[in-house]
Design a protein around this ligand. Sequence first.
Ligand code: PGA
Ligand code: ZN
Length: 393
Amino acid sequence: MVKIKKIKILRNFDSRGQEVVKIGICDQNDHWFFSCPGSGKSKGKKEVISKDFQEIDFDLISKLEGKAFSSLNDLENELFALDGSPDKSKIGGNIFLALSLSFARAFAWSEGLELWEVLKHEYKLDFPQKLPLIFSNVINGGAHVENNLDIQEYMVVLKYKGPETVRELVNFYRSLGDFLREKYSIRILPIGDESGYALDFENNLLPLVYMKNVKDKFSYDFEFALDCAANYFYHRDGHYFFETQKLNSLELTQVYLSYKEKIPELNFIEDPFQEEDFEGFRELKVTQKFKIIGDDLTVTNPQITKDILEKNLIDGIIIKANQVGSLRETFETIKLAKEKNLLVIISHRSGETEDPFLIHIAKACEADALKIGVPIKERVSKFNELVRIYGES
Ligand code: PGA
Ligand code: ZN
């Protein structure tokens, strides 16, 4: 049982310098517990509503003060009742999630447990232990930077085995930087919202070619992944605008297949089509050339994910708790995906804070993978929590 004595609502800032909301909960022993989820820029249309500080209904949230809850479900039942909207627009999806997380932290403290242990117990998650794959975004494009790449994220993928994996990633990132500096004769490389390199390239394939050069030169055992975030280069007239050309989904499929022919280590492709282009997803899926990952397509929403799973469009799913706002719904979506043997990838947002809660979500459900950027600058708190929670083995 945790009693919420008081709630603090604070203005904080994410890695883009944009305001985000941090929520503090004070328990019956006067301990404070805080949470501060990051924020997205290339969002799916069906994500819950996120509220800025000045839009918050403080009176509504203060109704929780003085109340005691015996579990996370108990608290979220109250939040759902207070909100009463289909998109969490009264409380705000970001506030809903931060309240749940801060409460979960208070609850974990009262029980002498880690956050992930509370989540695992609360949502009855009993999956075998597993070391996750790391998806690390080394070249940035799309909505995350003002360069000419249509594709948003160029990632390397490797299995986490301990701090040496983080070291390996840093080394690769530095070698790729050296390679690009030399290739383009520039001393300082621009970087994007997720701290990947963000210069202009002659086309969207070239970053993969350069990543492969560096991988082969130093014998890294990596796979590659793209997040196309295709909502960004889809236009309402029904075409994709890709490298100044108008393409339909069949033509875009051919582009992706040609990439695979040139870069065999390209095994994963996220949001290759806009979120309503089911036909595009279907066409690429039948080729069986990639593991297709849904993000804007599924937005961590259990109902939407159920529909998409019935259509058999994806092999993996991105999980971002703040797309849906509730921890219970986040884990419902995870369970649905696990039942279908999908690759479950727990992801950060492009605007991040120091809060590493997503590592606990991953550990609670023994996720297949983590998408947490490069292990430097604003992204480092996730890697350091990963090392703490998953150990040094
Ligand atoms: P976002 O994008 O955090 O800016 O929404 C990340 C992604 O598309 O995976
Ligand atoms: Zn994405």
